[in-house]
Design a protein around this ligand. Sequence first.
Ligand SMILES: [Zn+2]
Ligand SMILES: [Zn+2]
Length: 362
Amino acid sequence: MTSTMPHRPVTAPAIPDTMRALRKMSAAPGFTLERIPVPSIGPSDVLIRVKTVGLCGTDQHIYGWDHWAQRRVKPPLTIGHEFMGYVAAVGSAVKAVQVGDRVSAEGHIACGVCALCRTGQAHICEHVEIIGVDTNGAFADYIRMPESNVWKLDPSIPDSWAAVFDPLGNAVHTVMAADVSVKSVVITGVGSIGLMAIPVARAAGAAKVFAIDVNPQKLELAKRVGADATFSALQPDLVDEIITRTGGDGADVLLEMSGSGQAINNGLAMVRNGGVAALLGIPSDEVEINLAERIIFKGLTVLGINGRKMFETWYQTQALVTSGRVDLTPIITHEMRFEDFEAAFALMKSGEAAKIVLHVDE
Ligand SMILES: [Zn+2]
Ligand SMILES: [Zn+2]
């Protein structure tokens, strides 16, 4: 009986021929809910029935069809990269994953054979394909992933938390790269990843965490999740204030999460000589920086942060959550139904939400 369906074990629940998928159908703003074939899988692939997904700024860029999206995305494409679900089928060569496993997955599909991939740096593979950006994504009933990208979830992790391991992993990678132990940390931009970075930095032993944003609601949340002090980015003497609060030297570490040119410049000015700046936020345009004043004379170490280390960051992320050191409850501000995606994107645009998750399978 398996001869007609070589990669679908007989114990798997029936897999339909078609599925719902949230797609970018043309080079214009918006998404549409389409019905398309369920992806077929190769020998090393896993088919995952998606249960819960997270909405990301990246999805919003693609929804709005900004310059970045116009350059990068080729419609038609199923969007979404933050998700969790259950394994529905496995290819004949798959070893570590079984039908029924509860999983998330690394959304950056690295080539696996380039020099970077072979030296433990797959997160910066030049041939990377990102699900929901370069290849069909997770805002659908099913997604195909290579076995090597699949992450088995600890059963204690709630669905909504598991769905956002991707951005939580960005926060973990940034904090761990900067080495915040017993140091003063400034976080510029407390959107969902900036907020996640607060308990992660606390867990990693940060002595002080200061959060800066333009949005008062986000600053309120930042306090709730463990920031020692929060500041409006619009406060005119903010650089002096942070320098005063760090004994006149400046902060040891900057975690830049906003991508705003002004925040980057102010953030670098707040860091002490010899400090570290880890940059995760992506500016939409080129940013002018006085390199001599802000970086060279200060002897700063500047780190570019991309994705999550495969899979060191995933082990760290899961350990931070299962040990109770990171609580995402205050950060996941909205849980909605998949069908209500228009309302969810409008809510995200309003700035009132931190993290929104959608339940695909109810
Ligand atoms: Zn994301
Ligand atoms: Zn590679």
